[in-house]
Design a protein around this ligand. Structure first.
Ligand SMILES: Cc1ncc(COP(=O)(O)O)c(C=O)c1O
Length: 501
């Protein structure tokens, strides 16, 4: 703040009319009008203003409220008070710059930014996009879906465009309950809630279970949306590491000694990003702990059906439906644009999830639900899945082969049994942001480890996704990436870029 302005604030007259509040406000208003205080400038805190003007803090606060009422300044909780970008008298309806000061700091931090960038990269067409787990476009069953749309509109023209129950249409819920029964779950139509993709299923489940200040344990690394869904409730999210047998139940057990955990969130089959399955022994111990300590297990299964090796161990929900809330979608296996996600749950938590759904958006769009139900009812899912597994297995193998060739001496990786990703750990730590920018410059994108970790990184790690990239491009991408890694200087791990736990 200019010295002369500080002097004028200090020169307000104590016993004069108008009031001290008004005199201070007039000094600021004149400085704003003359341009001495430019739009966006941060003003002193009320404590500083009180000291400068030798008034009490209440008077300083009243001065700022008066200026705010006049549209001259804006306050943002936790950030401070600023001169409005466009003072009220000159406010242009199309100028949205004032919002920068009016909004509280953005959520999501580094992980949110990476997610946003990775989506842009995937659709830009300029890069070898190993950053997203999108299904390959040739794998989307266009002909079958077109037919399902036509048949739905013929059979249910009016219902397709009407409201449906909050939980979703009976048709789709019935089909998904039947699909669940083929996986060993005992769900019926009433235990299923349709959501806008699995992402929304995670949000609704997290909100149904958690309140601000609660503790959630979450596998780490994991899907970025899982971390965001848990954190958005205001809960504290604590990490549990993942090794080649999946979620580390020993680590959870240690955590339970000092924390009252309300929910444990994980992908026990086809884990994103390691592609591991939770071993039988760990599954049993996890559920025994859930029963002993009384916590929920939030099971995300979106990649479980994309299995390339080994036997499917089946959903955790099949083993303990009272403790496990199950989230899934047709996004990875059929078509993400259908946004056909669902939650399977039992007991009071199911009612809470339905209430959260009602409060959000009343219900998912009816037509896509009916189309998805018809696709499933026509018995198309098994052959769709077989095609997806064949295509993605070839891509996974191409990526692993390229990594086997290029990575020795640079890093190690986990061979995924299922899913759409490979998790790579570099031998030498380097600056995450610098490596990522260099890879982009070399025409390759991936997800940097810190974006999918709950805790600060212990190594430089990369998530490489293979479902939407052809084998040739995967090979090319790995070669470019390896050259980029080789050229990177060693650097200590950057902790400041991390999302705050
Ligand atoms: C592990 C995991 N869970 C959930 C989702 C969200 O899926 P949907 O597209 O159905 O919202 C994703 C998407 O990438 C994911 O990787």
């Amino acid at each position: 703040m200019p010295d002369s302005l500080a002097d004028r604030l200090g020169a307000v007259e104590r016993d004069a009319k108008p009031s001290l509040t008004r005199q201070l406000a007039d000094v600021f208003a004149a400085a704003i009008a003359s341009g001495e205080l430019e739009p966006g400038v941060k003003l002193p805190t009320t404590r500083e203003l009180a000291r400068l003007a030798s008034v009490n803090q209440l008077t300083a606060g009243r001065c700022y409220r008066l200026l705010q009422d006049q549209g001259l300044i804006v306050s943002a909780v936790g950030r401070g008070t600023f001169v409005r970008a466009a003072a009220a008298s000159a406010l242009d309806e199309a100028d949205a710059s004032w919002q920068t000061y009016a909004l509280s700091p953005p959520r999501g931090g580094y992980a949110g930014r990476m997610l946003g960038e990775s989506v842009q990269h995937a659709t830009s067409g300029q890069l070898i996009a190993m950053s997203v787990g999108y299904p390959s476009s040739e794998q989307i069953p266009l002909v079958a879906l077109e037919q399902a749309v036509r048949e739905t509109l013929e059979a249910k023209p009016l219902a397709s465009f009407e409201y449906c129950p909050i939980e979703g249409t009976d048709e789709l819920r019935g089909e998904l309950a039947a699909l669940g029964r083929t996986r060993g779950m005992s769900d019926v139509t009433d235990g299923i809630v349709i959501t806008t993709g699995a992402r929304h299923g995670l949000t609704l489940s997290a909100r149904a279970i958690l309140r601000p200040g609660d503790v959630a344990a979450c596998e780490s690394p994991t899907y970025m949306g899982m971390i965001d869904a848990l954190r958005a409730t205001g809960a504290t999210v604590l990490p549990v590491d993942v090794d080649e047998h999946g979620f580390n139940v020993d680590a959870l057990e240690r955590l339970l000694r000092s924390h009252e955990v309300r929910v444990v969130a994980l992908q026990p089959r086809g884990h994103n990003p390691t592609g591991t399955d939770l071993s039988r022994e760990r599954r049993e111990r996890l559920l025994a702990l859930a029963r002993r300590h009384g916590f929920f297990v939030l099971e995300d299964a979106v990649y479980a059906d994309l299995r390339y090796d080994g036997e499917d161990p089946g959903p955790l929900r099949a083993m303990d439906p009272a403790h496990v809330v199950y989230v899934d979608s047709l996004s990875k296996t059929v078509a993400p644009g259908l946004r056909a996600g669902w939650v399977a749950a039992s007991g009071p938590v199911l009612d809470r999830i339905i209430t959260e759904k009602r409060d959000d958006d009343a219900h998912c769009a009816t037509l896509p639900q009916l189309v998805a139900a018809r696709f499933l009812a026509d018995g198309r899912y098994p052959s769709q899945l077989a095609g997806a597994r064949q295509l993605y297995r070839a891509r996974r193998d191409a990526l692993l082969e390229a990594l086997d060739t290029e990575l020795p001496g640079l890093g190690t990786f986990v061979r995924p049994r299922a899913g759409g990703h490979v998790w790579v750990t570099l031998e030498r730590a380097c600056d995450d942001e610098q490596l990522y920018r260099a890879a982009l410059a070399a025409g390759v994108s991936y997800i940097p480890g810190p974006a999918v970790l709950v805790e600060p990184p212990r190594a430089t790690q990369l998530r490489l996704s293979f479902t939407s990239v052809t084998p040739e491009r995967l090979r090319e991408g790995v070669q470019r990436l390896a050259a980029t890694i080789r050229a990177q200087p060693h650097a200590p791990l950057q902790r400041h870029t991390l999302p705050v736990a």
